[in-house]
Design a protein around this ligand. Structure first.
Ligand code: ADP
Ligand code: MG
Length: 397
């Protein structure tokens, strides 16, 4: 689960991290009061969407010369004008995809006098099985280019979970970021705070780009992107309350209610599969035959008929879906349960696109019988390869 920058900053502030004063607003009318409550004279008006690259982003409706999704304002009047222009419009950034995201919230923040922009993130480094800091002196808006062109400028420091952030770790991090004086002292306080927040709140990513050194020599968290481990949300009601469903795919929200592993994708073959590995293989083989999957969907092992029907309904409700491939290897999941779920869903919502079903494993004969006797126009497939060929052929007409 992702949250907005302003929410991430409030959370980090509660752990003691230095962040600027700021106010989140939902309508342009609130801009004036928000700006007035800040020290000034520099204000920054920041689009709140669940995607980065806002500074360099472009508003779809505003033409090529309009400013981006993060704007400096040198007066309260200017902050108001930016807020009015930005709210309700669609921001396209390198991370939103061409469709962009509508800006429904803004964060008006105290402007900082920036000396240096650094990069810092915390993530779970699977290769060492530890939480790791990733830092670079080359922070700001182009970290992807730095990673690509000059990877030696990115330094990785993994943290031993028993020891926490040690003096040795801090020495490595502050040296990598070329910090000294007050900035170094600030960093030595900040880094353990960030690590603590990451671990306590079960984050999967905490990215601060940029982390800045100000002209007065002090550090500040200037941008913050946080993702949480969805499997740990049950123990963080405070984090769950920060969820902004308008930022999420409606199909994914419905799927999460049913505890389905579902990810919306851009193609047009809807997939219903059991097991993540089989789901990945199914997507691969669809691509091999020249088409793209419309989704990843793992109904899991112990699903009942209702959950299977819910999954099928989510897939058919996607207007991009031109054909559906059900690929089930019944182990714990029984083929007859899948068949009953599919039949129940189709009886409720109908079937307007070709459906190819490949069933194998536990209760396969019973499953096939249920599908055959349902009277539905289903194409049966013998194996994964056959199934992928058949659904691609059906779509190509
Ligand atoms: P994004 O990464 O989505 O483009 P950022 O929050 O990193 O958004 O903002 C982009 C740039 O805008 C930053 O790299 C920084 O130069 C500038 N900026 C952002 N917030 C402030 C602020 N409070 N004061 C001064 N400059 C800012
Ligand atoms: Mg940024």
């Amino acid at each position: 689960m992702n949250i907005h920058e302003y929410q991430a900053k409030a959370l980090l502030k509660s752990f003691g991290a230095p962040v600027a004063e700021g106010v989140a607003i939902f309508s342009a009318d609130e801009a004036e009061a928000a700006a007035k409550s800040l020290p000034g004279p520099l204000y920054v008006v920041k689009s709140q969407i669940h995607a980065g690259g806002r500074g360099k982003g472009k508003f779809k409706e505003l033409g090529p010369d309009a400013k981006g999704g993060v704007r400096l304002a040198f007066s309260i009047e200017e902050a108001k004008a930016h807020a009015k222009e930005m709210l309700g419009h669609t921001l396209v950034t390198a991370q939103t995809g061409p469709a962009g995201k509508q800006v429904n919230r803004l964060y008006i923040e105290d402007g900082a006098d920036i000396d240096r922009e650094l990069y810092l993130s915390l993530l779970v480094d699977r290769s060492v099985g530890q939480v790791a800091f990733v830092v670079s002196t080359e922070g700001g808006m182009d970290i992807e280019a730095v990673a690509h062109d000059t990877p030696e400028k990115i330094v990785n420091v993994a943290i031993n979970p028993e020891a926490g952030v040690t003096a040795d770790d801090l020495a490595k991090l502050t040296a990598a970021l070329k910090l000294d004086g007050e900035a170094k002292a600030d960093a030595e306080k900040l880094f353990p705070i960030l690590y603590k927040a990451f671990v306590e709140k079960d984050m999967s990513l905490l990215e601060i780009n940029p982390l800045i050194v100000m002209k007065n020599g002090r550090m500040r968290v200037l941008d913050a992107k946080v993702s949480f481990d969805g499997n740990a949300l049950f123990r963080h009601d405070d984090i769950k309350a920060l969820r902004d469903e308008t930022e999420e795919d409606a199909k994914e929200i419905e799927a999460s209610k049913w505890d389905l592993a579902y990810v919306a994708l851009d193609g047009n073959i809807g997939c219903m599969v059991n097991g993540a590995g089989l789901a990945m293989a199914t997507m691969d083989i669809i691509k091999l035959y020249g088409k793209e999957p419309a989704n990843f969907c793992d109904v899991g092992g112990g699903a009942g008929k209702e959950k299977v029907a819910a999954a099928f309904k989510i897939i058919t409700a996607d207007p991009k879906v031109e054909g559906i491939l059900v690929n089930i290897f019944g182990g714990i999941m029984k083929c007859d349960v899948i068949a009953e779920g599919v039949v129940a869903a189709v009886q409720e919502v109908g079937l307007k696109v070709p459906l190819v079903v490949r069933l194998e494993g536990t209760n396969v004969e019973l499953g096939k019988k249920i599908l055959n006797e349902s009277g539905l126009a289903i194409t049966a497939a013998d194996d994964l390869d056959d199934a992928a060929k058949k659904i691609v052929a059906a779509i190509n007409g």
